[in-house]
Design a binder for this molecule. Sequence first.
Ligand code: 5GP
Length: 190
Amino acid sequence: MGKGKIIIVSAPSGTGKSTIIKQLMEKEELQLRFSVSATNRSPREGETDGLSYHFLSTEEFKKRIADDAFVEYEEVYPGRFYGTLKSEVSRVLQQGNNLILDIDVKGGINVKKQYPEALSLFILPPSIETLRQRLLARATDDIETINQRVAKADFELTFADKYDVRVVNDDLPKAIDETYNIVKEFIDKR
Ligand code: 5GP
């Protein structure tokens, strides 16, 4: 059975990253499987434990750090931990499927270092102001969280040129198309 490939996707929150990833995962020919990260944040409405994330208590998360269960983990927001589990990576790749990771910039760069053959993809918003508007419209977070995320986005954008490829999400269907073509080419390459 062929060994799968790794696709790392990073983007500031509110950039349309989750939507783009979801659309890609529906394309059967890409054989993508989502790397379900662990986190100690609480589930949002519509999120399912074991599918969106493995939702852990802070104590459980720290136990996994001590057990060396992570490929990488980061404190993405103060007190909020996210990590890629070794078990997720090996399970998917051994099945011969391709693994898609939705992780923050530090995690993305870290994984790319450990797996140089991986494709790293950065999705950019047209501007910081557009991003703020999108986060406000999504209305899943309070204003303080949104301000935190916008400040973080500003910082994250400085990492964009460290990724293999960049896609600007100006127009969602176009961004999905563009991302699909990049990923398809990467997967088809022997
Ligand atoms: P959210 O709370 O909106 O689901 O995710 C917040 C941020 O954490 C996003 O940028 C997401 O990509 C990142 N993230 C999710 N899982 C992981 C992970 O396993 N490792 C790292 N480093 N970041 C992650």
